[in-house]
Ligand binder design. Structure first.
Ligand code: TTP
Ligand code: MG
Length: 355
């Protein structure tokens, strides 16, 4: 039997994200049309622009040269991805204060499944408001939110009151909401599908609902099935929690088996050095334990962990000794890693995307 209790999904999308960060960091830009992107002399393209620039018809992915024709006074700033990643990490840490199930989609966008949240008496509306308030307080950036029973609707809803707003599609309003929604709002419906649908006289999801599943399968193959459900506002996709990095490890399978503990010990230092190098790319994360993994020639695998808060070679030696003693067999693989703390309980940034 399917679960009849509607889920509560929040979709958060930052407003003109890169441009907003540049305006935050340079207040002189506020009120002026600003874009972030490549140089006109190098045939650059815009990543995004602020809402002032959008009034001139400037858009993301537009050639810088074209944007300057539409808006000659446009200020163009070179992207600074390190800054955007830092802000994104801090925002993700705010989400983690309120939701266990988080799916970051890009630096400025994430889904949160808050169906079982105890915050605000399980009001997703109040929760979204609080998240947006904290983002503003901690990052001086505005976000928009959509709240609905699934990812498809929540994402559409977050556009509804953009910028700096939020919108709820209540489960009992879904049918009405879908009737006039343009088919172009369905993800996966690009120019080609839109044209095919237009040829059939279909512009809205309401009109699409009158096409049978079989006809949709005939016209669009497998995608027809998705169209059938999405035009009714149905979307079962879970919020995928696995995109947040919870650990980092380096492992190596050796060309020949390591036949004793001493040989394993000799391999530890290069693995440790590589782990440290990779950790430097994640400066905002907090380590919450070290682990070692061994795979023996029998393909049995064992992992030993501790709760140390920083990496050091001695700890890995002691973990290795313990792991090796469990089987005392030739070893074909050694892995060394760290677990990250993944719940934010203070203002520090503790999460990052798995790129
Ligand atoms: P979006 O959320 O699509 O755009 P936005 O946040 O700038 O504006 P909006 O208020 O409409 O949400 O994308 C987020 C960031 O991703 C954006 O700030 C820059 C980057 N981006 C690109 O680099 N290239 C692109 O083509 C798009 C669409 C976005
Ligand atoms: Mg955005």
């Amino acid at each position: 039997m399917t679960n009849t209790i509607p889920r509560k999904i929040i979709h958060i999308d930052m407003d003109c994200f890169y441009a907003a960060i540049e305006m935050r960091d340079n207040p002189e830009l506020r009120g002026l049309p600003v874009a972030v992107g490549g140089d006109v002399h190098q045939r650059g393209v815009l990543c995004t622009c602020n809402y002032e620039a959008r009034k001139f018809g400037v858009r993301s992915a537009m050639a810088t040269g074209h944007a300057l024709k539409l808006c000659p006074q446009l200020t163009i700033i070179k992207p600074n991805f390190q800054k955007y990643t830092q802000a994104s990490t801090a925002i993700l840490a705010i989400f983690a204060q309120f939701a266990d199930v988080i799916e970051p989609i890009s630096l400025d966008e994430a889904f949160l499944d808050v169906s079982n949240s105890h915050h605000f008496n399980n009001s997703a509306t109040l929760l979204a408001q609080e998240i947006r308030r904290l983002i503003y307080r901690e990052q001086q950036l505005t976000a928009s939110a959509g709240i609905a029973e699934n990812k498809f609707l929540a994402k559409i809803a977050s556009e509804w009151h953009k910028p700096n707003g939020q919108f709820v599609i209540h489960p009992h309003d879904v049918s009405d909401f879908m009737i006039s929604l343009p088919v172009a709002k369905i993800f996966g419906v690009g120019c080609v599908t839109r044209k095919k649908l237009a040829d059939l006289g279909i512009q809205t999801c309401g009109q699409l609902q009158s096409v049978s599943l079989q006809q949709l399968l005939d016209y669009f193959g497998k995608f027809g099935q998705s169209l059938y459900h999405l035009c009714r506002g149905h979307d079962q996709r879970p919020v995928n929690n696995n995109r947040i990095r919870k650990s980092l490890s380096v492992e190596h399978t050796y060309n020949y088996d390591l036949s004793n503990l001493k040989q394993c010990q000799d391999k530890l230092e290069p693995l440790f050095d590589e782990l440290q190098a990779r950790l430097q790319k994640h400066p905002n994360k907090i380590i919450n334990g070290l682990f070692i993994k061994l795979k023996f020639d029998t393909f049995q695998t064992t992992t030993v962990a501790n709760t140390h808060k920083w990496v050091n070679l001695e700890s890995y030696h002691s973990l290795l000794n313990k792991a090796y003693k469990r089987y005392q067999l030739p070893v074909r693989l050694i892995g060394v890693g760290v677990k990250f703390k993944h719940h934010a309980n203070n203002k520090m940034t503790q999460l990052c995307f798995e790129f």
